[in-house]
Write a protein that binds this ligand. Structure first.
Ligand code: ACM
Ligand code: ZN
Length: 535
């Protein structure tokens, strides 16, 4: 019932509606704990364009009349909300957001934002609106600590403004990990000072396949782009203000053909290669027999570590064909000298050396679930997407952490006929067979956006929204509080916000297709999604 009156996504843990409302006016004062000054400024900036109010921020120690104030408060004594929880208390006189840490207050502000009229999202002044919020007491905290979104910028480079826009939307829905897939076969997207050819050669391709994975068509248009280290610092700082951690991914030893085009000596056959124009798995990968490959990886990672304060480095590890290693004398010598069983053992050897290096630099390693093995440290974070469920379970049972991204449910690149909004919402990150004792080892959920068939921000929006909003609720809201019917009602209001924000989300007929379309949905996986409402 309450959710019909108050629409907040993700749904909070508890809400109790009071009497009356609080109206924000140009006389409202933001009263802030000094350590929350950046959060207070964020709130002030959020309100300014639509309301036109330039609200005063005062130190919470100052003696002011508490009427008509929004108080932002750190209370370390609150100990039942976890690191990211908050209380939001709105009555007719004042608003108080209290939390044990700044991130909780920030999330309290996001909730307050969703209680305000949707026009608050406007970048132009809306003088006729009453900026009121209902009296309510909200207690809230997340179910999972990892609520992630992955963006592949190798297949298509989208650029700084698009990334910032995604980060803004993640913050609105209380998501906190941006996994940045910066390297893959079709392009290397980050400046590494020691290896300039990664950009000069690896960030450019002559043209791009169109029409789907089995299509022979190409677009006849060159594609290129990369982030300078300065760009990366700017984005990391931007994300930090939104309490979003950035986890960079440098995919290895497969998905590396853009590197091999620039430095063919790192492959088994030594090339020459071009940055591929077609998608799909490539058989040329790093040569694990050559020491120079480890030297290269360590030098690259040393620059990466300096740029990303999160200290979690994703090393990919997915889809590594073993053909080249089988035929390579140096890889075979390595297998013998290290007494490895076969080429699978060679990948484990490679992964362990990279882990040892990153551990020596105080970093935690993350990889797709293909890297998991008995021989791997439990400190590694696995990201589950396909197959290998047994290894995932084993990792969890020895105390290892997993982030869940099951492909048919969480992949945003698929058409809605394969992954409808209701299917996305239904996804439960905790495997049914996992006993309760190990549930806490599942860190949370992440939704990957692969961009083979996504060339611009409009196509990105269409694939991402509204499914992202469903995943945000799964990551935050307690399972017993989730309800798809309620979610859809709230979504209608949220989508009005997205309209104002200029987000080109998929329309209802598209995100919840007819069941006949869903029945044949799997076959759409190999094709470019049709995005009717966009064109
Ligand atoms: C993946 O989708 N190759 C992780
Ligand atoms: Zn080799």
């Amino acid at each position: 019932m309450l959710r019909n009156k108050i629409c907040i996504i993700p749904k909070p843990v508890s809400m109790a509606l009071g009497k009356g409302k609080f109206i924000i006016t140009n006389k409202t004062i933001i009263e802030s704990d000094p350590i929350l000054i950046e959060v207070a400024k964020f709130f002030k900036r959020l309100l300014k364009p639509a309301t036109g109010f330039d609200l005063l921020i005062v130190n919470s120690k100052s003696e002011i009349n508490k009427n008509n104030t929004v108080t932002l408060n750190i209370d370390k004594e609150i100990n039942n909300l976890g690191e990211e929880g908050y209380f939001l208390n709105i009555n007719q006189e004042r608003i108080i957001i209290s939390a044990p840490s700044p991130v909780g207050v920030f999330y309290g502000i996001q909730t307050l934002r969703q209680l305000l009229p949707v026009e608050i999202e406007s970048i132009t002044n809306k003088s006729h609106i009453e900026w009121s919020v209902p009296s309510v007491l909200i207690k809230d905290y997340p179910r999972f600590s990892w609520r992630g979104y992955m963006l592949d910028e190798s297949r298509h480079f989208l650029g700084k403004d698009v990334v910032k826009r995604i980060l803004d939307m993640m913050a609105l829905f209380k998501m906190n990990v941006f996994h940045w897939h910066l390297t893959d076969d079709q392009g290397w997207r980050i400046e590494i000072k020691k290896y300039p050819l990664l950009i000069e050669i690896g960030s450019k391709r002559k043209e791009t396949q169109i029409g789907g994975f089995i299509s022979k068509k190409t677009d006849n248009t060159p594609h290129e782009g990369f982030y300078t280290q300065k760009d990366v610092q700017e984005i990391v700082a931007y994300a930090d203000k939104l309490f979003i951690k950035i986890v960079p991914e440098i995919d290895m030893p497969g998905h590396s053909k853009a590197v091999l085009a620039a430095y063919p000596e790192l492959s088994c056959t030594e090339g020459p290669f071009e940055v591929p124009i077609k998608f799909g798995i490539k058989k040329d990968v790093f040569c694990v027999g050559k020491e120079v490959v480890f030297e290269f990886m360590q030098n690259v990672l040393d620059e990466i570590i300096q740029l990303f304060p999160s200290k979690i480095i994703h090393i990919g590890g997915d889809e590594v064909p073993k053909k080249r290693w089988k035929e390579c004398p140096e890889c075979q010598t390595r297998i013998k000298s290290e007494s490895l069983k076969d080429e699978k053992g060679l990948q484990i050897y490679f992964t362990n050396r990279i882990i040892a290096f990153l551990t020596s630099r105080d970093c935690r390693v993350m990889g797709w679930n293909q890297i998991l093995s008995d021989k791997l440290s439990e400190d590694v974070i696995g990201q589950y997407w396909i197959f290998g469920k047994k290894k995932v379970m084993k990792h969890l049972k020895k105390g290892g952490n997993i982030v869940m991204s099951k492909f048919g449910y969480t992949y945003l690149d698929y058409s809605y006929s394969f992954t409808s909004l209701s299917k996305a919402y239904r996804y439960e990150p905790i495997p049914k067979k996992l006993i309760k004792e190990y549930h806490c080892n599942i860190l949370g959920i992440e939704t990957p956006m692969w961009t083979e068939w996504v060339r611009n921000v409009r196509e990105l929006d269409w694939q991402t929204y509204p499914r992202l909003i469903a995943f945000a609720e799964t990551g935050w809201t307690l399972i017993e509080q989730k309800n798809f019917i309620n979610f859809k009602k709230c979504l209608e209001i949220i989508l009005k916000r997205l309209d104002i924000l200029g987000i080109c989300y998929a329309q209802k007929v598209e995100y919840e297709p007819h069941f006949i379309k869903k029945t044949f949905g799997f076959f759409s996986v190999f094709k470019e999604p049709k995005r009717r409402s966009l064109y």
